[in-house]
Design a protein around this ligand. Structure first.
Ligand SMILES: [Fe+2]
Ligand SMILES: [Fe+2]
Length: 249
């Protein structure tokens, strides 16, 4: 990892990790630094252990998108980005296809836990590791996030579903996530083009950008499965609201 980062860059990561600095104090460097960490260090490591295909609606390129959205959302909260990047990198690591599957969150736990126990995750505290695992296990069904890691992961994972199937505010936890997820088609294009330009101009692409762009496109053949996931979430949300009302009366 040393070859990837300068001493100054490591100092910045370490200052945020140990709460000597807030990530906002790194200014514009923060986005570059954490995108580099995700694209050049984490994603190549995840490729070695994940069961996902490289491409497809839930391929590694989806994981890449979730990391990029997640970084945007966690920086808007001015929290340490590292745990969110690990959560994004690992959240679908046991997913082998695009079919609706409620079990893939829990199925990721052993793979994620093994990875978080290696030296590749030495910058994370034991508490952060447990929060990451919890956010991954519950990412398909969770609604009210218990902490900022889950909030950013869930919002990041649901942004594309929202762009494809329609925005439902109740599925989102962060203000930034709500804003990005509710962008209209023109806004979505603008947002994503800016993201791709940032990767390209800084030489940070992990995957060739054309492939990411292609895989990002809406695919009618997969729409059915996503409507199913979305329907399951709407049902869960309705149940939660009904229980809340019952509890309150
Ligand atoms: Fe997932
Ligand atoms: Fe996902």
């Amino acid at each position: 990892m040393d070859a990837l980062f300068t001493q100054e860059e490591w100092q910045d990561v370490s200052d945020v990790t140990y709460r000597i600095k807030k990530v906002s104090e790194l200014g514009d460097r923060a986005r570059f630094l954490y995108t580099k960490f995700f694209e050049k260090f984490l994603l190549p490591e995840i490729r070695k252990i994940s069961q996902q295909p490289e491409h497809g609606y839930h391929g590694i390129d989806h994981t890449e998108q979730v990391g990029l959205f997640g970084l945007d959302y966690v920086m808007s909260l001015n929290e340490n980005p590292l745990p969110v990047l690990y959560a994004a990198a690992l959240h679908d690591c046991a997913r082998m296809g695009d079919k609706y599957s409620a079990e893939h969150g829990p199925n990721c736990e052993p793979i994620a836990r093994a990875f978080l126990n290696t030296s590749k995750a030495s910058l994370l505290s034991p508490d952060e590791k447990e929060m990451i695992i919890r956010s991954i296990v519950n990412h398909t069904s969770g609604l009210v996030a218990p902490d900022y890691i889950a909030a950013c992961l869930w919002d990041a994972d649901r942004t594309r579903v929202s762009w494809d199937c329609g925005y439902v505010e109740g599925f989102f936890n962060t203000e930034r996530g709500k804003y990005v997820a509710s962008l209209d088609e023109e806004g979505q294009q603008k947002y994503w083009n800016e993201m791709m330009t940032f990767l390209e101009t800084n030489g940070l692409n992990s995957t060739p950008s054309e492939e990411v762009k292609q895989s990002f496109g809406y695919s009618p053949s997969m729409h059915k499965d996503f409507v199913q996931i979305y329907d399951a979430l709407v049902e869960l949300k309705d149940k939660a609201e009904m229980q809340e009302k019952k509890g309150g009366s």
